[in-house]
Design a protein around this ligand. Sequence first.
Ligand SMILES: Nc1ncnc2c1ncn2[C@@H]1O[C@H](COP(=O)(O)OP(=O)(O)O)[C@@H](O)[C@H]1O
Ligand SMILES: [Mg+2]
Length: 420
Amino acid sequence: MLQPTERDRLYRLLIVEDERGQRRTLSAILAEEGFEVTACGTAGEALRQLEQQAFGLAVIDLRLPDLTGTQLIEKMRLLNPDILVIVHTAYGSLDSAKLAMNLRAFAYVEKGGDPEELIRQVHAASHWHLERYAADLEAAVEARTRALHEANLTLQQEVGERRRAERELALHRDHLEEIIAQRTRALEESQERLRRADRLASLGTLAAGIAHEINNPLGTIMLAADSARASVENSEFVVEMLDSIKRDVERCGSIVRSVLQFATDQPADRWPVALNGIVRHSLDFTREHAREQDVELIDELGEGRAMVTANPNQLEQVFINLISNAVHACDEAGRVTLVSQDAGDRVRILVRDNGRGMEDAAIKQAFDPFYTTRLGRGGTGLGLSTCHGIVTNHGGEIEIVSELGRGSTVSVELPKTSTE
Ligand SMILES: Nc1ncnc2c1ncn2[C@@H]1O[C@H](COP(=O)(O)OP(=O)(O)O)[C@@H](O)[C@H]1O
Ligand SMILES: [Mg+2]
């Protein structure tokens, strides 16, 4: 782009004329025309001037004492490439004048003629310069406008992109927060399950140890009671006592068996079975008990034919336990409903009752072995812990959802083997 000083340069005019009188006259005339005139007597002096500052125009005599005019013009161009040169020389040096034209001088004015001609040519050169200057300015303005326009477009684009990015970010943030909340919930739940499984596993080891130790003395007591009974047939009282011992030993034996069942980590044989069939079988087992308690058993299992790979005896035990718990929880107009649900690659059985329900604290403890609220009424507290062990061993999950006073739903979810 053109600098402001560039315009001043266009009006700077260098006169190179060895003859003093001529030099003065020319200087006066051209200064009068509004140019900033510097006049030199030799080529050397002229080149020194050009080294110091740029000139727009030069009026040059071709015959100089130190260099020829053509040599001077060449050197001048090296220092000041777009200087416009007007050759001002005496009549008779036409060849030199031709040479000057070859050197791309702007004009050739013969010395001694009308000074108006020189003035005219100098103005013409100046005008030419100004036009170029104006054109350069215009181009510069145009380029600048274009650059501004482009910058503006880029800016608008950037603003648009930024807004879009901000919107996406906001969406993403909401989504992320939700994902984090979900993960946290899932993590808490699985931690709770892990804690429970851990506790049950160590309790299982303990219980199994105790049960094994008790089993042998129980057998010995039973044997002793049997043989004592055989030898005291004539004493009714002793027979009665021995029978009572035998009954209690029997009961202890059944508790020990339950404990061993809960604690067993021996994988039982498994094969593909229809889950609904197993649940219906469990219903048949518990029907009598339900009738006694005046509780209605409702089969809403539907047509589901989901297969699970399981040990049917163990699974039956699970559902018998759950149904009998539900029956026990009912007071009047009791209803226990069995529902089957499809859950993708899993199948879910719900055992739902409209009984007493459980508090949150009770739900947390319900799977603990020996936790029971039916102490002295046939409760052992081993039902749910055994169910938990069996279901977990089958790769499934067991959960309780309950509301105090309104009923409970225990759900058992097992991986499907295949569906028809
Ligand atoms: N469907 C249910 N409704 C209300 N309470 C239940 C239900 N199932 C289990 N419980 C509670 O959980 C306790 C533990 O159950 P469980 O392990 O089967 O032992 P038990 O039946 O011998 O008491 C029960 O004593 C009862 O308080
Ligand atoms: Mg029970």
